[in-house]
Write a protein that binds this ligand. Structure first.
Ligand code: FE
Ligand code: FE
Length: 173
């Protein structure tokens, strides 16, 4: 077990956690894309998959700059978030309701990443590593953009559609 005796080791620890988280997402996002109904949501998920592959690359660059080998430390939080999403996606649901649920799950993931990258980039800045700060900040911004795009998709129609589907079902009973 590593001793967390400096901000730099803490940063390395966080980068190892993120490396695991991003790799889990690279595996999970194609499955999510298949379950999506809205074409706009599907392209958002697919585009974020491409970004996520870049996030893995950037973390590998960060490992290099830290003089460490790329090593993933299983991110249990991401495992949990993905498990919840899997469970939810296997439930029966109307298409728009499932899309609304997928957006919710995806935003939890983005918020986790925003918190982690937000902290990691500050730590990198504090230890005077502008090169690492820049890389982490690039990813941080993409996670934020994705989060905003998901909010946009939810509030510009998908949530409303899901609400209407529920009402129709109630009416049919
Ligand atoms: Fe990411
Ligand atoms: Fe992300």
């Amino acid at each position: 077990m590593t001793k967390l005796n400096s901000l730099e080791t803490l940063l390395l620890h966080e980068v190892q956690d993120l490396y695991s988280a991003e790799k889990q997402l690279v595996k999970a996002l194609p499955k999510v894309a298949k379950k999506v109904s809205s074409p706009q949501l599907r392209s958002a998920v697919e585009e974020h998959l491409q970004q996520t592959e870049q996030h893995v690359n950037r973390l590998e660059q960060v490992f290099g700059l830290l003089g460490a080998d790329p090593k993933a430390r299983t991110c249990k939080a991401m495992k949990g978030l993905i498990n919840e999403a899997d469970e939810m996606m296997s439930e029966k649901a109307s298409p728009a309701t499932r899309d609304a649920a997928i957006i919710a799950a995806a935003q939890k993931v983005e918020h986790y990443e925003i918190a982690s990258y937000g902290t990691a980039r500050k730590w990198a800045q504090t230890v005077g590593r502008d090169d690492i700060t820049r890389l982490l900040d690039e990813t941080f911004k993409e996670e934020e953009q994705t989060d905003r795009r998901l909010t946009e998709l939810a509030t510009s129609g998908i949530n409303q559609k899901a609400a209407e589907q529920m009402e129709e079902e109630d009416f049919a009973e």
